[in-house]
Every structure is written in C-alpha cells, then in structure tokens.
Design a protein around this ligand. Structure first.
Ligand SMILES: Cc1cc2nc3c(=O)[nH]c(=O)nc-3n(C[C@H](O)[C@H](O)[C@H](O)COP(=O)(O)O)c2cc1C
Length: 374
C-alpha cells in the first residue's frame, strides 16, 4: 500500500514540476534559480516542522537500498553530487529531500568568487548544463567553522580542490592549497573527495597527469584522518591515461573513485543551437563517458575500489546501469534540475523494483554484475 501511495505522490509531484514550476524556472537565469533553491533549502532545513513536511513530500526508504560501505551506513545509494551545495548550506534539508548522502563543495584553500557571470547555461535539447562556475566557494576556513561540531543526519562527502587563481597554478603552490583545505576538514564529514577534474579553473587539470598526481597524493595521505579518500575523475581521459592513473593510485591509500566530472569537448552529440565555448558539460552529454570509466575501473581493478557513479542520471534505469557496471553509490545534479526533486525518490523506488526483477535482495548484490570486454 505504501508503495502505491509513494508512486502516486511522485507522479503528482512530477506533473506539477514539469508543467508548472519548470516552465517558470527555465525563464530565469540558471544561477538565480540555483541561488533561490539554496535559500529555500536553508529555510526548509531550519526547523524540524519544515524538515518533516519536506520529508512527507519527498522521502522513500526500503531495506534493499541500505548498505554499509567502508564502515559508513547509507540508507539509500542516491547522493547529491559536488557543486550544488558549494558552501555546505543544505546538509539539514537534503536527507528530507530523500538523498542517502551528499557532497559539499568543492571547497578550496582560499575563498574564491569563481569566474565571471553568466557561468551556467541550460542545453534543453541535449538534457545537459554548461557549467563555468570556476570553483566559487567561501573557502575552507569559513566553511569548516560553519560546520564545526555539527551532527549530520546522513553521510557527507567533503569535496576538496585547489583555489582557482593564478597563485595556485605552479605545482607546489597548488598542492599546498589542496593540503590547506584538506587539513580543515580532517574531522568533518565522512569521506574526502579530491577533485582533480575541475575543467574551469586557472592552469587546467595538472593533477590528472600521473606523476603530478603521485606527488599530490603523497602529501595528502601523510595527513592523519580516519576518513576514506576518493578521487573525482575527469571523463575526458583515454583508456591509456586512465590506466596510468590507476597505477599511481595503487601506491597510495585511496578507497574509491567518483566517475565523473564535467566533459569539456563540444561534440556532434550536442543538439542545441547556441553553445557557449567556456565551461564543462553535464547530464546526458557526459553519461556514456562516465559509464565507460566506471566499467573500466571496476573491471581493471577487480572491484577493489568503491565507485560513485555520476553523470546523466535521469531515471532509476540510468542509475541501475551505473550500479551494474560497478558503482556502489550514484549521484546527480542535472537530472534533478530537469525532472524535479521527486526524482530522488522515483529513482530509489524504481531501483527496488529493478532489484526484485533481477532476483536481488540488496543493492550491493547488483554492483558490477554487467560484464563487457574493456
Ligand atoms: C552547477 C554545477 C556545479 C558543479 N560544480 C562542481 C564542483 O564544484 N566540483 C565537482 O567536483 N563537480 C562539480 N560539478 C560536476 C558534478 O558534480 C557532476 O560530476 C556532473 O555534473 C555530472 O553529473 P550530472 O549529470 O548528474 O549533473 C558541477 C556540476 C554542476 C551541474
């Protein structure tokens, strides 16, 4: 009975989002909507009554979705990806929206205003966004102070990057900046994610070079922390480049990969007429690249690493594909913007159905069950 009620609730919410809210939202500059949603989320997260009401509208739970990964309990496998809650303002409300976990950041050593506006665009036909925020955030010191002593209601991943400025382009300065941000968060949150893949910052992606990554990871893993460490991967790597990164990572205490960040090249898959040249592409335009990377890492390393799959998830089927290719957890942003916030619970409920259909009793049994030649 409860399953039917949740299903109908989600259908109504989806109808309202697609026919009422989305047409209005899509008339406004995307960054203004992002800002407005953050303010609304902060308000709703502010007291237990609004959290409860939000939860009635959006939450869904099922034992088949629960997992313990690296000693951390996840009520469901669907998380909010890095870049939506840049300054960690939304951790009170996100569990009520149905998320099983969330990323905060990317947080950098110094506060950063990011690139000039406009820096966020919708590609409606391609079901993607162009993102050129350039790691805008309040900086590690301010954000960590804000979160000091806070008890989160779900697992929180702190995404750490290097400040987007000319001063961090040189490799040593870049590493110092990562280390600075990292040190503020050794005791906050549950997992670290080292972002080596922001396509919109000064100096490009120096740490996707295996030798430079090696030096960075040496410095990072020297710092004591109980938190597992993940690496957020760029999608635009050849198989050969990816394999070289895996060789380097093997030497360090790294627990997982998040696959993947925004893609940079403008390909003929883009079906929109006007495409700004700056920024990285999310959504459906990165989905295949992310899926390929998940599958290759899972198969090459025989499931040694925990993988978080992200990129172009718009449905339970999209999420399940990533899980069957090797992801234990999934994340999204663009799908939620195009489909509405009820998508989280739609995906979770849909996953339970897909698991049952395949004869699994828990999500962990489906991880990596799709095998192809890589
Ligand atoms: C508005 C926006 C801001 C983003 N900012 C970051 C960021 O700060 N750090 C990061 O690692 N990824 C960032 N990303 C990339 C996402 O975390 C994610 O990897 C990518 O968008 C693919 O997922 P999606 O298709 O579900 O959006 C951002 C994406 C969007 C849409």
């Amino acid at each position: 009975m409860i399953e039917v009620i949740v299903f109908l609730r989600n259908r109504i919410l989806s109808f309202c989002y697609k026919n009422l809210l989305k047409p209005l939202f899509f008339l406004v500059e995307p960054e203004n909507i992002h800002g407005g949603m953050t303010l609304a989320g902060r308000f709703l997260g502010g007291n237990s009554l609004t959290r409860k009401l939000t939860s009635l509208l959006f939450s869904y739970s099922h034992p088949a979705l629960e997992q313990k990964i690296l000693g951390i309990k996840f009520k469901n496998p669907v998380g909010l990806s890095a870049g939506f809650d840049k300054d960690a303002r939304l951790t009170n409300i996100l569990p009520s929206v149905g998320f099983g976990f969330a990323e905060i950041g990317t947080i950098t050593g110094e506060a950063c205003k990011g690139n000039l506006r406009p820096r966020l665009w919708r590609l409606k036909n391609s079901r993607s966004l162009i993102v050129n925020y350039g790691l805008k955030n309040d900086g590690a010191e301010r954000i960590s102070k804000r979160l000091q002593g806070k008890d989160f209601a779900f697992p929180v991943i702190t995404s750490i990057g290097k400040t987007n400025s000319l001063g961090t382009v040189e490799i040593d300065a870049g590493i110092k900046d990562y280390v600075k941000a990292y040190q503020y968060f050794t005791g906050i949150g549950d997992i670290f994610e080292i972002n080596i893949s922001c396509p919109n910052a000064y100096g490009g992606l120096p740490f996707s070079d295996p030798q430079k990554l090696d030096v960075l990871l040496k410095q990072i893993t020297k710092i004591p922390t109980k938190k597992p460490i993940f690496i957020k991967m760029p999608p635009d790597l050849t198989d050969n480049q990816l394999d070289k990164i895996l060789e380097v990572v093997k030497k360090h205490k790294i627990d997982g990969f998040t696959c993947s960040n925004l893609t940079k090249p403008r390909t003929n898959k883009i079906s929109d007429r006007v495409v700004p040249k700056d920024g990285g592409l999310s959504g459906k335009l990165v989905e295949q690249l992310s899926n390929h990377q998940i599958q290759r890492i899972y198969q090459k390393t025989k499931g040694k690493y925990i993988i978080i799959g992200v990129g172009g998830i718009f449905s339970a089927e999209d999420a399940y594909r990533k899980i069957k290719l090797g992801a234990s957890l999934v994340e999204l942003i663009t799908g939620m913007i195009f489909q509405g916030p009820q998508l989280i619970s739609e995906i979770n409920q849909g996953l339970v159905k897909l698991l049952k259909k395949d004869g699994y009793t828990n999500i962990s049994q489906a991880v990596g069950m799709l095998r192809y030649e890589v």
